[in-house]
Design a protein around this ligand. Sequence first.
Ligand SMILES: [Zn+2]
Length: 110
Amino acid sequence: MTCKEAEQMVMPYINDELTDRELEAFLDHVYSCKSCYEELEIYYTLYAGLAQLDSDEDGNQDMHSLLEEALYASDQRVRGRKLFHIYYALSQVLAMAALTAIIVTEILKL
Ligand SMILES: [Zn+2]
């Protein structure tokens, strides 16, 4: 992903509009690119700051740690989905193996 592409994903990221695939590519880029991370931090701080003005919370929230938490949650989401796909594929393979074993056993009985 280029920096330009990452910059275009900042607002969709904040609005939670990225697909898992986009989210994963975006996170990879942001973690490895300091300037895009800073870009995201600026937008996130602005956005979260505005959202906070609307709410009754006191304004003492640390924006940097809020962003860290949001990124961590996104990361967990991407990883969680990936793990699910691996388990799903694995269970399919095991089911096929079990079925094959049953069929072979039945054939040997004949
Ligand atoms: Zn970048």
